[in-house]
Write a protein that binds this ligand. Sequence first.
Ligand SMILES: Nc1nc2c(c(=O)[nH]1)N[C@@H](CNc1ccc(C(=O)N[C@@H](CCC(=O)N[C@@H](CCC(=O)N[C@@H](CCC(=O)O)C(=O)O)C(=O)O)C(=O)O)cc1)CN2
Ligand SMILES: [Zn+2]
Length: 760
Amino acid sequence: MAIIHNLGFPRIGGRRELKFALEKYWNGEANAEELVQAAQARFDDNLSRQANLDLQPVGDFSLYDHVLDHIIMFGNTPSRCKAGDDELHQYFRLARGRAPHDDVEQQVAAGEMTKWFDTNYHYIVPEFTCETSFTLNDKALIKQIHRARSQGFDAKPVVIGPLTYLSLGKAKDNVAPLALLEKLLPAYLQLLRNISRCGVEWVQIDEPALVTDLSSEWQQAYHVAYQALSQSPVKLLLTTYFGPLENNLKLATQLPVDGLHIDAVRARHEVETVAKELAPHKVLSLGVIDGRNIWKSDLSATLDWLEPVARNRGNALWIAPSCSLLHVPVDLNSESRMDPEIKSWLAFATQKLNEVELLGIALNKGREAVANQLAENREALLRRRISPRVHNETVRQAVAAIKPEDLTRHSPFSVRNQTHKTHLDLPLYPTTTIGSFPQTSQIRNLRRERNAGTLSVEHYNTAIKAIIAECIKEQEQLGLDVLVHGEAERNDMVEYFGEQLEGFVFTQFGWVQSYGSRCVKPPVIYGDVRRPHPMTVAWAKYAQSCTAKPLKGMLTGPVTILNWSFVRDDQPRWQTCQQIGLAIRDEVLDLEKAGISMIQIDEAALREGLPLRKSGWQTYLNWAVDAFRLSANAVKDATQIHTHMCYSEFNDIIESIARLDADVISIETSRSDMALLDAFNHFDYPNQIGPGVYDIHSPNTPSTESMVYLLKQAAGKLPAQNLWVNPDCGLKTRRWDEVKPALENMVQAAKVLRQQVAAA
Ligand SMILES: Nc1nc2c(c(=O)[nH]1)N[C@@H](CNc1ccc(C(=O)N[C@@H](CCC(=O)N[C@@H](CCC(=O)N[C@@H](CCC(=O)O)C(=O)O)C(=O)O)C(=O)O)cc1)CN2
Ligand SMILES: [Zn+2]
């Protein structure tokens, strides 16, 4: 009998119930008890949606972030967050720099956030020092296990494994995270003992780091760790996902655990080898349904290869989605407005579990038992394959006509830079922002009413124009040098473009958690991409008409649109990216024609698209950078191209960053004390850079002094005439009463630096 299970379920809720509960709590509109109640309702609902599985994951649920939960669980909370002993307050201080009702003295620097492997999910980075020690505090997890079991579920706790946990963290001094393993293992062993006492048989221990490049030291540490954990009274399912094991395959199959889960979507080619290497008494869990995309699986094709594996493995075969379903929306059935043809090609989390269930029945009872469902599935896939809506000959021809010179600016940067100096008339340390200004509830309500049809498009547009005019006025009053229109008309920097491009569909409720309470609705790219009409030109023109200062046109780049969408799986990603690149190129040229002299093309997701293994990097970077260049480089010398990237660890890809050849790049650096600029320094990066001087993810106000300090650091690493002054990222998640004092201080910081240069 094959066992069916799941690795994790989205926790934010199909209607983002958890988001709204969190934000109410943070704003003081709800108390802790109400927050906990809302969270329990989500927890219960998630379990009931997984009732048909043999085992239900527990511990995948989290109030904010599951890595943060582990930081708390292992007593790894940084001391700055510990004022008072309220654990929930400590939790949110580390998450976002403050707890509800914290006064200024209690506010702290939030924990650094970074991307969870190659996803658009962000986790809070564990902090390690030589002093770090671990004390187990597993109340929260144990409570969840009891809650699930008391409702009759066969709870399978999900825990991040010790080595992945250590590899996710960051050393705050010269400690080597691996040196902490010895101190960490007793806490893990105690945790597993406590879990066992709840009556649990299996624990899913996640080690996705096993699909990344590991040094021999780290490989060796896996032996040490799992030898120690083999004393655990519960059975361990060592769980890997997001890619093939490659040179870690032998290691993973030999560790003394009771079972191994592999991503049989991204590592389909390793299934037979793993099945052979893994001792026959061990459980082999195959992640056969793609947890990273929203297409229906080809169930019959899966069964074709799965049945022989199942026959050989007997009772020791489990099946599941490839990874946690955190990265896909909850339920396709909520999409009442979606084109029915396209909808029939898709599966969200709930539907994916249904697919796992069907495969389980087919394996256990024979395909006849689900013959109708299999036939329906085949039919849907066939219709998708032959649908005329997927192919567009005009797009194919435009792509075929791309010439190498289309990717290159007319003149090199040094020449363009001179032109910009004469045309743009900017001070030293020019100040600007990254694009978005607060997305107030007024803006969101306008959009909701427009979507509901209770507000006409004209009225909506008029209202948004007024907001843009107001935003421009605020920026002028703040004394910023280069203005933006503020992105009020955009629901999201990717979805907004997806809604206007052919080849995309968008959802109503396809929410995916990005970090904490923040969600995105990734659009679905199902066909060839074409831009039927300009997407941003009218707004940019209007905004420029409101001011004599230069205004940056604001676009999202092809790589970021690709990486933050659900992408078609019937052609290589680079081809889709190239098509998007052409669409954005058209938009760039239309903006230029409309008199916009600075155009920012955000590539926030360039880095996160890197394959997990270094061996795949160069190929990706080649086509990704080319797609950006295709979109950006048709402009005249006089036009200044900006780009923006957040979470910018650039040391290892600086050559590709330089090859983008953007005139100005703004990057996230404030949480890392400008250390990220070293790459630009060592490389002698010639173009201009705006290192972010304050962290926009925290509601706290940055002081002028803190920003002067950071700018001086920057000026020590790069020539002052190349530096811009801007926040780390867009301001859409902040309130105006947070943004105004922060930008006031930022403009002041630039003035201080200019005065110091003048005095020198
Ligand atoms: N795609 C993407 N990925 C990204 C980023 C990004 O900006 N986009 N940035 C980084 C992550 N940062 C992020 C920062 C902010 C938000 C964010 O603010 N998301 C919004 C949703 C944005 C959205 O689509 N809003 C819609 C829906 C509005 C809405 O909720 N309407 C309510 C009205 C109530 C209200 O919000 O006041 C309703 O219909 O009930 C709109 O503006 O139209 C949120 O969670 O709140 C997400 C990610 C990295 N990955
Ligand atoms: Zn950003």
